[in-house]
Design a protein around this ligand. Structure first.
Ligand code: G3P
Ligand code: MG
Length: 364
């Protein structure tokens, strides 16, 4: 119709009057690429500044980029503030994709049910922020049951805690309907014990499980066997915790453990990342989704994944296919050791500075 033609012309004019969208975008892994134990590595500060209009004053973003980490434990908004401080560039919450970010989509399913949150930092605050209504942190949950952690009295850091038995909860909240491992667990023996209790009892520790009753669902934000922190050798990650839990659980009577793990290298993570990068690009150019739908530049020709872990960052980008291009640094889990060709990156570099250098040259 005339109206449709007119509207299209209007949108095309809109596009030509705005900044040209970038034809490429970048997803940065955090641990082992940009930071180690919270401190910048590999020329990270300079590399990020190159993605702004004026590197001396990184206020206006030029190249769309996001942080795509399997880590977590705080909300995307808090993480954005923390990253801004650590990396000295203005980071927006929309640029932060954490291992547990996809948990947001599960909030509705557990609307009227109680869930257990596990891991370092603030796993319960993370879930509440996603819209979960009834969340209990494992640190509090253990105090609802006397002696659930059989080793608690040998742990000096527990001595000052007053043991409390929770007030009677309304019936529908008396059981745990789902267990969420949000960030790296830091009390493995307690957490494995309590997760086994919750899952084997159908959500009510201390009660005998009924044979054949379904196990409450168990979710992991990521499945990394290890990750690079401050210690020279990578540390055991959430995937290692899962393996430990699963091996123990499956030696106990009853059905084998069922769990779902998110995080890289899952395809869904890379699809979410593409979407997030489109949003970042939209914010740079001011071109709305409706406008960009008629633009030739609506999607990126290349999206670079810069990572240090061949078994998560790199293989995930390879599986995701076009337009992903994987770059492996030697600043984290990978240090040049022989690895299966399955994990071959499109490009191997020394550090993130060299990675961004390579991208800028390839795109010019
Ligand atoms: O705990 C963090 C670790 O699992 C991975 O972090 O940034 O290397 O994906 P990252
Ligand atoms: Mg990493």
């Amino acid at each position: 119709s005339d109206f449709a033609v007119g509207r299209r012309r209007f949108l095309e004019r809109e596009i030509s009057s705005r900044a040209t969208p970038s034809s490429f975008a970048i997803a940065f892994d955090i641990d082992g690429v940009l930071l180690r134990g919270g401190l910048p590595i590999g020329g990270a500060l300079g590399a990020l500044r190159r993605l702004y209009d004026d590197p001396a004053n990184p206020a206006k973003l030029r190249i769309p980029y996001i942080f795509l980490t399997n880590g977590g434990g705080s909300t995307e908004a808090s993480k954005a503030i923390e990253l801004s401080e650590q990396l000295d560039v203005p980071v927006l919450p929309d640029q932060v994709l954490l291992g547990h970010t996809p948990f947001r989509k599960l909030a509705d399913k557990f609307k009227n049910q109680r869930v257990l949150a596990i891991g370092r930092c603030e796993p319960d605050i993370v879930l509440r922020n996603y819209g979960f209504q009834h969340v209990v942190n494992i640190d509090s949950y253990v105090h609802e049951f006397e002696h659930i952690d059989g080793l608690a009295r040998f742990k000096p850091w527990n001595q000052s805690v007053n043991k409390v038995v929770a007030d009677l909860l309304p019936d529908h909240l008396a059981l745990i309907a789902g267990v969420f491992v949000v960030s790296d667990p830091y009390e493995w023996n307690r957490d494995i014990q309590v997760i086994c209790d919750v899952l084997r009892s159908g959500g009510r520790p201390g009660r005998e499980g009924v044979p054949g009753q379904p196990q409450p669902p168990l979710f992991f934000a990521a499945d990394d066997m290890d990750y690079q922190s401050v210690f020279p050798i990578p540390r055991l990650g959430m995937g290692a915790f899962r393996v430990g839990l699963e091996s123990i659980y499956n030696r106990l009577p009853g059905a084998p453990l069922h769990s779902v793990s998110y995080g890289k290298p899952q395809l869904m993570v890379y699809k979410n990342a593409e979407h997030a990068l489109e949003e970042v690009s939209t914010n740079i150019t001011g071109i709305s989704a409706e406008v960009s739908a008629v633009s030739k530049h609506s999607s990126f020709k290349s999206i670079y994944m810069i990572g240090d872990n061949p078994t998560t960052d790199i293989i995930g980008a390879k599986f995701a296919g076009h337009p992903w291009f994987s770059i492996l640094t030697r600043t984290g889990c990978y240090r040049g050791q022989p690895i299966s060709s399955l994990y071959d990156a499109d490009k191997v570099v020394e550090d993130v500075e060299e990675a961004v250098d390579f991208i800028m040259q390839r795109e010019n």
